[in-house]
Design a protein around this ligand. Sequence first.
Ligand code: ZN
Length: 261
Amino acid sequence: MSIRVTVWGENVHEQKNKVVAEVYPKTMHGTIAEALNRNAGIKATTVTLQDPEHGMTVEKLAETDVLIWWGHAAHAAVDDAIVERVCNAVWGGMGIIFLHSAHFAKPFKRLMGAPCNLSWREAGERERIWVTSRQHPIAAGLPDHFELETEEMYGEPFGVPEPLETVFISWFAGGEVFRSGLTYKRGAGNIFYFRPGHETYPSYHDANVQRVISNAVKWAYNPEKRIADPNDAPNTPVDKALEPIVERGPRLHHDGEAGYR
Ligand code: ZN
């Protein structure tokens, strides 16, 4: 049984920007999926913003174990109902990996509940990525640090909640640092944010970056059956309590009531 990965690509700059099209002739999502498919045990497919329902149909999400999301220029074009559907899948147990400028993607902001802002500079700087959590499965097979010769700078403070684990931090030639590999859990879903991947630079062709993403897929994968309704909030009446209890005091709700939302 392979881990079923769906790579979600915004697919805007690959179509409109000559530099990006040259760096990623197979598109960014296509490049990421191709690298993943070289791993035994991973089966990656792609969808794009332009697909019906942005490729995030109920059926496609049901057969996605781990979703990878790259967006930048068109975050606002993602329909809020689709964002909610994706978040529900995460709360139900789907793994999700947000790459680079997806720090401002609607599903990431919804899952983080925070501004997710940062400082940035597009100057083709050297990025040195340090492993901060030794023997973390997402860092498996990596050296203690590796470099990307040209990248966009992202700097702290990164406006996200404190993560479960910080797997990587980055240093940039201009002096800034950034928490570049962060894990979270939301509901039953494992979440990983990974920083590199500005579209005018070849970061997704880099072997170490590809290894991080494939490691993260394996880490985020949850083999359990998806929780059907992760928003369910059932009322347990007195007579169904596990231990016998006597009702006391006034009540606002009736037995079996749905309750307020
Ligand atoms: Zn960027």
